[in-house]
Design a protein around this ligand. Structure first.
Ligand code: NAD
Length: 366
């Protein structure tokens, strides 16, 4: 993986603050990095062993906080970077949480619901002693959502009793808040609108490309489309679709919600089917990478046509990629700010769980 922009930013800040070398080392390293083996008996009787991870970067400002990712391409290095991003993000938006990240190296699309439930609960058996509403609080990330959070809550309760605040991103019946699912993408849309007004980009005429049409990508697309923007390109892990006249993102999202196994290529979308690589280089005014790390890098940044890049995903632009974009005078909203809406609403959820007192939906929205 190419170096991330955060390493450079961290060095700059430490120099500015006059941090000693030891203090810099402390801020740069995780407090705890855990790898566990999780054996799973598949539905067909085979045994498969998965690797699970939980990296706790810092709890200096509050309990560790960070998503749980189920994806085939994860490793310890990924989680170490992503956990530190959470520390800086919660600190930037002034939320009393630290930073963590974890997950399992699995492809959830290839597992049955029963297998996923067993795997998630086994993960909690292995790392449950590190979790807790005042210790470390997972939330949804790539490949996980309300269902996985419910399984974690259930598995954690076995040994610790009912503590809804041990996870955020739950469904409402279990103590979640309405709007958490959409919060990250909605925040991305709000920051995009703000940047457009500052940069004199007419959002209502803007052509927007969004890489990754999952939780973050869909909500960003639907909210930006409500604001009048023209969503011309979207993608998932199998490929992308582009239509310069605009895509009906709300209907596409509804069609995808029928089953987790459906991808864009299974739908009959009015547009040209292209690759993820081609999508990032296609004509647009605003590009929102909302999928994986390092999608915009030294190889393709020069070909990005957008005037504004909004980091919906964590670490979607590498350090070399960012240098090239900045040379081209492309404006960039960094992940720490652009996608902080999710952890902000997670904090509201966690606060309500601690108070045992649900807030009104309007209060969360406000
Ligand atoms: P998700 O699993 O709901 O959606 C991910 C999307 O990316 C899917 O469309 C998937 O098909 C696509 N994808 C997966 N691998 C890909 C690949 N190799 N190339 C192109 N597309 C690929 O995940 P999400 O929750 O939307 O998370 C997306 C990003 O946003 C991640 O970087 C995550 O860390 C970040 N993020 C998520 C939240 C949240 O609340 N869910 C909060 C902050 C940041």
């Amino acid at each position: 993986m190419e170096k991330s922009t955060h390493e450079r930013a961290l060095k700059l800040v430490m120099n500015k603050l006059g941090c000693s070398e030891e203090m810099s080392k402390l801020l740069d390293s995780s407090q705890r990095e855990v790898i566990v083996e999780i054996p799973l008996k598949r539905d067909n009787g085979d045994i498969k062993v998965f690797k699970g991870y939980r990296v706790q970067h810092s709890d200096a400002l509050g309990p560790f906080k960070g998503g749980l990712r189920f994806h085939p391409d994860v490793d310890l290095e990924h989680f170490v970077s992503l956990a530190s991003v959470m520390t800086w993000k919660t600190s930037l938006v002034n939320i009393p949480f630290g930073g963590a990240k974890g997950g399992i190296d699995c492809d959830p699309n290839e597992l049955s619901t029963h297998e996923l439930e067993t795997l998630t609960k086994r993960y909690v058996e292995k790392v449950g002693m590190l979790l807790g509403p005042n210790i470390d609080i997972p939330a949804p990330d790539m490949g996980t959502g309300e269902q996985e959070m419910a399984w974690i809550l259930q598995a954690y309760a076995k040994n610790h009793g009912h503590h809804p605040g041990v996870v955020t991103g739950k469904n409402k019946q279990l103590g979640g808040v309405s709007g958490r699912r959409e919060a990250t993408g909605k925040g991305v849309a709000y920051f995009t609108r703000l940047a457009c007004s500052r940069e004199n980009i007419d959002l209502e005429r803007a052509r927007v490309i969004i890489q990754g049409f999952g939780n973050v990508g869909q909500s960003a697309a639907i909210n930006l489309s409500k604001m009048g923007a023209n969503i011309v390109g979207i993608s998932d892990r199998k490929g992308a679709v582009y239509n310069e006249k605009g895509l009906d993102v709300k209907t596409i999202a509804e069609d995808l919600s029928v089953s987790k196994k459906i991808s864009l290529e299974d739908l009959d979308i009015d547009g040209e089917y292209i690759t993820n690589k081609e999508l990032l280089e296609a004509p647009c005014d605003i590009l929102i990478p909302a999928a994986i790390e390092g999608g915009i890098n030294s190889k393709n940044a020069a070909k990005v046509q957008a005037k504004l890049v909004v980091e919906g995903a964590n670490l979607p632009v590498t350090k070399d990629g960012e240098d090239i974009l900045l040379d081209k005078k492309v404006k960039l909203i960094p992940d720490l700010l652009a996608n902080a809406g999710g952890v902000t609403v997670s904090f509201f959820e966690w606060s309500q769980n601690a108070q045992r007192y649900p807030w009104k939906d309007e209060k969360v929205e406000r």
